[in-house]
Design a protein. Structure first.
Length: 117
């Protein structure tokens, strides 16, 4: 068993609150003298929500058409968030299903946090 603290939180939403609170919590745990990894759990529904183009139903098709003028802005925003996440967060391998996360085998301590969980 690795002697690390696992942090499970809503860390990869493309908004400043989620990303900065995850980064700050990781930093505080590290400043307390522990190794910390953010458990990189990204639900399929979250990935779909933040995808550039949504692929479900006629309403999504219309929304995609209406969003075309802002597609480059949305792409740049996604790239900036993903770059920050990759550069500043100490992440585990990505997990898409809750069953794939074996916390007791990965960490001696797990911390959860954010207003979303």
């Amino acid at each position: 068993m690795v002697n690390e603290v696992g942090l499970i939180t809503y860390h990869a939403a493309y908004n400043y609150g989620s990303v900065l609170q995850a980064w700050a919590t990781q930093r505080m745990i590290e400043q307390l003298g522990y190794n910390c990894k953010i458990i990189n759990y990204r639900m399929k529904s979250q990935k779909a929500h933040y995808s550039l183009v949504r692929l479900t139903g006629p309403r999504a098709f219309v929304n995609n058409i209406l969003m075309l003028p802002d597609l480059n802005k949305k792409r740049l925003r996604a790239i900036r968030f993903e770059t920050f996440i990759a550069d500043y967060m100490n992440l585990t391998d990505e997990k898409l299903e809750p069953e794939s996360i074996c916390l007791d085998e990965m960490f001696t301590t797990v911390v959860s946090g954010s207003d979303q969980i």
